[in-house]
Design a protein around this ligand. Structure first.
Ligand code: PBG
Length: 329
């Protein structure tokens, strides 16, 4: 594969000027590569700081256009909605997830009313922002019960689809949920609603700041290792992906992103399907804090994002998406 030989071949020759480096660059980033997560909070006219995620905010429904306008102007194709629910709304079975007036439903209606199809909306399918125990599913005798959880996830999916959600993103890691959700969507004439499966989602230590952002950190009892993947495994990720494709996933997600570049690459090589990378809250806050402390310079953001493209990702969920014009400059 390697052609040529020093001294007639000198790779530095092509690196010597900026214009030449630009000509031989193999990967690029544009706003089209991004999905912007938006945190929702109840109340009126608020934009709240999130202490664990400097530079990221929670928005009330009436302020949501502030951030969606920005995404639209930048040319970002899709936003992802995440609610921070009051503790008083949480219970053992995550009932609020099926309330047609919940934060996510309100936000979908608001965004669709104002922006129609100018921007896509993606919603998590999982119960953790709604349960008093902070887990993604229902619990019986200390176990997360798979099949009963799927029944709730189906209803959550149908509700979000009905409100106008474009892309459902099951992030719960129950077995078999993609197929059952797809079937229920089709039966209810939602055959055009896409499914982005969080197919390779690891039981990661990098989700801490997010759990703080949605307020599930204090409530979470134990860990998520019985349903999210073991980070020692990679073959298992391919099995997860293969299953979800067979069950009807349109796109698959790898999460977190930077510690899992090998997984992104092998999925892309093997399956040739759209693969998304989720640069999660812990990755974001690490980079952001290190920049603030002047340990690294801010070009590290671009370097982290291009690594996902290099590995084979088609798109990136990133909390940096709303600042992407500065990053690409
Ligand atoms: C919920 C969910 C999580 C994230 C996205 N959806 C947290 C978790 O599984 O505990 C994490 C995102 C991030 O850390 O940025 N199922």
């Amino acid at each position: 594969m390697i052609t040529g030989k020093y001294p007639s071949l000198r790779l530095r020759r092509s690196r010597k000027t900026s214009w030449s480096r630009r000509l031989i660059q193999e990967n690029t980033l544009t706003p089209n590569d991004f999905i912007l997560p938006i945190f929702l909070v109840d109340g009126n006219n608020k934009r709240e700081n999130i202490p664990s995620m400097p530079g990221v905010y929670r928005y009330t429904i009436n302020r949501i256009s502030q951030i969606v306008d920005k995404a639209l102007k930048l040319g970002i194709p899709m936003v992802a909605l995440f609610p921070k629910n009051k503790n008083s709304l949480k219970d053992e079975i995550g009932s609020e997830s099926l309330n047609e007036n919940n934060l996510v439903c309100q936000a979908i209606l608001e965004i669709k009313k104002k922006y129609k199809n100018q921007i896509g909306i993606m919603c998590d399918v999982a119960l953790d922002p709604y349960t008093s125990h902070g887990h993604d599913g229902l619990i019986k005798s200390s176990q997360i019960i798979n099949d009963q959880t799927i029944e709730v996830l189906i209803n959550q999916s149908l509700l979000q689809a009905e409100m106008g959600c474009d892309v459902l993103a099951p992030s719960d890691m129950m077995d078999g949920r993609i197929g059952k959700i797809r079937k229920s969507l089709d039966k209810s004439k939602f055959h055009n609603v896409q499914i982005l499966s969080y197919a390779a989602k690891y039981a990661s230590n990098f989700y801490g700041p997010f759990r703080n952002a949605v307020g599930s950190n204090k409530s979470l009892k134990g860990d998520k290792k019985t349903y999210q993947m073991d980070f020692r495994n990679s073959d298992e990720a391919l099995r997860e992906i293969a299953l979800d494709i067979k069950e009807g996933a349109d796109m698959v997600m790898v999460k977190p992103a930077m510690p899992y570049l090998d997984i992104i690459k092998s999925i892309k090589d093997k399956f040739k399907i759209p693969v998304f990378a989720y640069q999660v809250s812990g990755e974001y806050s690490l980079i952001e804090t290190a920049i603030k402390k002047k340990l690294i310079n801010s070009d590290a953001i671009y370097e982290s994002l291009i690594s996902f493209k290099r590995a084979g990702a088609n798109a990136i969920v990133s909390y940096y998406a709303d600042r992407i014009n500065n990053i690409l400059k």
